[in-house]
Design a protein around this ligand. Structure first.
Ligand code: UD1
Length: 326
């Protein structure tokens, strides 16, 4: 029950779905389950287990009479994936194969896979649409693309499979209750958790990675998507898959790109706090800008983002304030 999974679980439960979480807690803790439970209208089940434990996973799927799986059990730190590639391939690729085998054993063939815009690599054109060439530049991105390819091969070999690969842009924000949000273990890498640590006094200031990009204010631009909009995207994909076999790919993004300074200023407005920052050198591997063409998800799934940047910043601020007490 990591960041995206916990928000998706709450939305599913509150939309009338029976939810069971399977997690090895390598990047989350069981306290999250209690908080998920508080904001869910139904009891949420939980099995602690590793995705590579095919037998345990098969038993959980059978025992809980699961009908569809949302697969978010991936390691996700880009830098770490270059330092520990085998750990990443083992968990992310081998783990996905184990999940597919468990689903086959349990007779389940509906799967939503958490992919990433990272699969596109350096933009040939922007916005990225789903047909943009895929050339990821790090092991994490290659893991995501390989799993997508495995899923496509699977759906060709067995026409009963119903699979959606959701390519997320930059998930940010938190549940409106402020009870769940992004809570990375160790030192965060992504922008919003770093801002959170600055506000909470764990870091002295935000280092902005470059202000000499070819963008209006010189800082990097990204397509930030509210995590509850993202959760809605999973729900939309799940219900659409019901009558649409095959393996389908969708961008989940807002279609807008926002600079680091824009996000920072919106966050300052939401929190009423000044965020100290300094501009440092570019981070290796960072792109100046990328954002989604999100038309396919809107046309096919009837989904598009609803939340504004102010919703993102207000909910993040509430979560950051609450997590200060922990
Ligand atoms: C990163 C991953 C991407 C992953 C995504 C998940 C890399 C290279 N890419 O994307 O694969 O899918 O997270 O959300 O890590 N920034 C700062 N200072 C910071 C942190 C970030 O200036 O301390 C800037 C970055 O340069 C970038 C923007 O903020 O312009 C967003 O960065 P981040 O949140 O790390 O996301 P991405 O790099 O876009």
């Amino acid at each position: 029950m990591g960041y995206i999974g916990s928000h998706t679980a709450v939305l599913l439960a509150n939309s009338g779905h029976r939810v069971h979480i399977y997690d090895n807690l390598c990047n989350s803790n069981v306290g999250t389950l209690e908080r998920i439970q508080k904001i869910s209208s139904q009891k949420i089940g939980f099995t602690e287990g590793d995705i590579r434990d095919t037998e345990k996973l098969t038993n959980a799927l059978r025992d809980e009479k699961i009908e569809a799986v949302i697969h978010l059990a991936g390691l996700k730190a880009v830098g770490e994936s270059s330092q520990k590639p085998i750990e990443y391939y083992a968990n992310n690729v081998q783990g996905s194969i184990s999940l597919i085998q468990a689903m086959q054993a349990a007779g389940i063939n509906t799967l939503v896979f958490s992919s990433s815009a990272t699969v596109y690599g350096d933009p040939v054109y922007l916005p990225y649409d789903e047909d943009h060439p895929t050339k990821p530049t790090n092991p994490y991105g290659r893991n995501k693309l390989q799993v997508e390819e495995i899923l496509r091969d699977l759906s060709v070999s067995d026409k009963a499979w119903k699979i959606a690969c959701l390519r997320y842009f930059n998930p940010v924000g938190a549940h409106e209750s402020g009870l769940i949000g992004e809570d990375p273990n160790g030192i965060p890498n992504n922008l919003m958790p770093v801002i959170g640590q600055v506000v909470n006094g764990k870091l002295l200031s935000l280092s902005i990675f470059g202000d000499d990009y070819d963008t209006p204010d010189g800082t990097g631009k990204r397509d930030y998507i509210h995590v509850m909009d993202l959760a809605e995207g999973h729900l939309a994909a799940l219900s659409w898959l019901g009558s649409n076999p095959g393996c389908h790919t969708f961008n989940l993004g807002s279609g807008d790109s926002i600079s680091v300074l824009d996000l920072l200023h919106h966050f300052e407005q939401a929190s009423g706090q000044k965020i100290p920052y300094q501009v440092v050198g570019r981070r290796p591997g960072d792109l100046p800008e990328y954002y989604a063409k999100a038309d396919k998800a809107e046309k096919v799934l009837g989904w598009k983002t609803q939340k504004k940047l102010s919703d993102i910043c207000n909910s993040s601020w509430l979560w950051i304030k609450n997590s200060r007490q922990n």
